[in-house]
Design a protein around this ligand. Structure first.
Ligand code: NAD
Length: 492
């Protein structure tokens, strides 16, 4: 651990010394009015860096740079874009340790997961690099006297707005397809954890990405974020964050008729039937809520368990939760690190109080954890004896807090699972294939895993229903979002 901390200090020194600048048209620049905001590490609450606080003027410059770079980038052959995006992936791999260490100190996420997240970022680039040559492909639709040819063209400069939970991985997931499609980008990362976004744009330009194709404006959501969503040169906004921010962005983008794609919050159920492989289901339920500190949109924050096995199953989960290693994010053994920020820690601890006040039982955790550095640690928490009306069963807590609710039969399980405003993911555990199919078919969620935790296959669609999102990405769905489809009808 000491060695890792020393390494991290080395990687962070430049941010402490020079701060975090914006990057516009290939130049690193301060905010136009020179203003900054300070970020702290959730590990010890000490300052990490002063970050440029971009405003409308900075966003305007970035949008104009993206607009100026668009024609050449869009005209570049798909094969050339493919090569360049692979180079970016190679460069990410070469700096994967630095990315992971910086991410851990900036977000509190543990190295166990961030080491993989950095490499997944490279994988995202490779996946969309390989698809770049086919991005424009369309269809031919014939009638007796017409041949209709559909083609796709990049929509123009786009805005990407990302949250704080796993910023590096998520930024690559949104930006790589935009570049592969031929769009230029203005990225506004989350104000709590902006460091790896800065590394990413440097990596991309060092790998040969032309200036202005990708621009970075740091700042607050209500300032830089809002200005980006309102800018007339920005044709679409790819947004990942809270549902209520999604509503704001939809309003802000209305005047310029912005195309939007939203990946929002969740209150995802893991549904365990008595006939399931209960040991594997328990491991998966624990993994899906406590990995990534529970600060994960796809986390299974509601555990719905068939009555006959409810007590035994929740006892198993409680026992596993108590054994989870909470600690310094750079300790290779740590699973749960400190939460992102004292403001968020307070919110999560308040929900734990709310759960107690509502009458649920704390079967594991339930308190702040006194971790190394004195940061924002919260013990992995399990509530039992809960019901679906409770706020801890309805609202997104976005921390290591799981709410377990019993159900009598399949019909009740389905009604509990669907009785929330969200619908991002669902996890179904049963050995009855017919039931698995029937249940998944009726479950209101964009993505469902049967007898598995969340294992992503990149060509599949990613996104949610109800308050969990608008639109899909992944595979060709990302190109549909970042591109316009045109039909040309030829008389024959
Ligand atoms: P947030 O909505 O507070 O912020 C996300 C981003 O939006 C930040 O960059 C912020 O600065 C910006 N923003 C805030 N107000 C804005 C405005 N008015 N206009 C434009 N931009 C604005 O979300 P967060 O707290 O950073 O992240 C946690 C949330 O993200 C959770 O709800 C989580 O479920 C969600 N999330 C969803 C997915 C998914 O794929 N569905 C993935 C990760 C996180």
């Amino acid at each position: 651990l000491d060695e890792n901390i020393a390494k991290a200090e080395g990687y962070l020194a430049r941010f402490k010394a020079d701060g975090v600048l914006n990057h516009i048209g290939g130049e690193s620049v301060a905010a136009a009015d020179d203003s900054t905001f300070e970020i702290i590490s959730p590990v010890d609450l000490k300052p990490l860096a002063k970050v440029a606080r971009g405003k409308a003027e900075d966003v305007d410059r970035a949008a104009m740079a993206a607009k100026a770079a668009f024609a050449d980038w869009a005209a570049m052959p798909g094969d050339a874009r493919k090569k360049l995006l692979h180079k970016i992936a190679d460069a990410i791999v070469a700096r994967a340790e630095e990315i992971a260490f910086v991410e851990c100190m900036d977000t509190g996420q543990s190295l166990k997961f961030m080491a993989k997240a950095a490499l997944r970022g490279a994988e995202n680039f490779r996946f969309f690099a390989d698809k770049a040559p086919e991005a424009r492909d369309g269809k031919v639709l014939r009638t007796s006297d017409q041949a209709n040819m559909t083609t796709r063209t990049p929509i123009g400069p786009v805005g990407v707005i990302t949250p704080w939970n796993t910023p590096f991985m998520l930024s690559t997931w949104k930006i790589a397809p935009a570049l592969a499609a031929g769009c230029t980008v203005v990225h506004k990362p989350a104000e709590f954890s902006p460091l790896t976004a800065r590394l990413l744009i440097e990596i991309a330009e060092e790998a040969g990405l032309p200036k202005g194709v990708w621009n970075l404006v740091n700042g607050l959501g209500e300032e830089a974020g809002k200005a980006l969503t309102e800018h007339p040169a920005i044709k679409a906004i790819g947004f990942v964050g809270e549902s209520r921010t999604g509503s704001m962005i939809m309003r802000q983008g209305a005047d310029t008729l912005k195309r939007v794609h939203f990946e929002l919050g969740g209150k995802n159920p893991v549904v365990v039937f008595a006939d399931a492989d209960l040991e594997r289901a328990a491991d998966a339920a624990v993994f899906m809520i406590y990995s990534l500190n529970g600060e994960r949109c796809t986390s299974s924050s509601r555990l719905l368990v068939e009555e006959s096995v409810y007590d035994a199953f929740t006892a198993k989960v409680a026992e596993k939760a108590k054994r989870i290693k909470v600690g310094h994010p750079l300790d290779p053994e740590t699973v749960v690190g400190p939460l992102i920020h004292p403001v968020h820690e307070k919110k999560v601890l308040e929900y734990i109080d709310i759960g107690r006040d509502e009458g649920a039982t704390v079967a594991a955790g339930g308190a702040k954890f006194d971790g190394p550095g004195g940061g924002c640690y919260v013990s992995p928490t399990l509530f039992t004896g809960a019901n679906n009306k409770m706020r801890i069963a309805q609202e997104e807590i976005f921390g290591p807090v799981l709410t377990a609710i019993p159900f009598k039969d399949e019909a009740e399980a389905l009604s509990l699972a669907n009785d929330v405003q969200y619908g991002l993911t669902g996890y179904v555990w049963t050995s009855d294939v017919t039931r698995a199919f029937r249940f998944s078919d009726r479950l209101e969620a964009g993505m469902i895993w049967v007898n598995s935790e969340n294992v992503r296959h990149l060509p599949t669609p990613f996104g949610g229903v109800k308050s969990s999102g608008v639109g899909r990405d992944g595979g060709d769905w990302s190109f549909d979002f970042y591109m316009e489809t045109k039909n040309v009808a030829f008389a024959t």
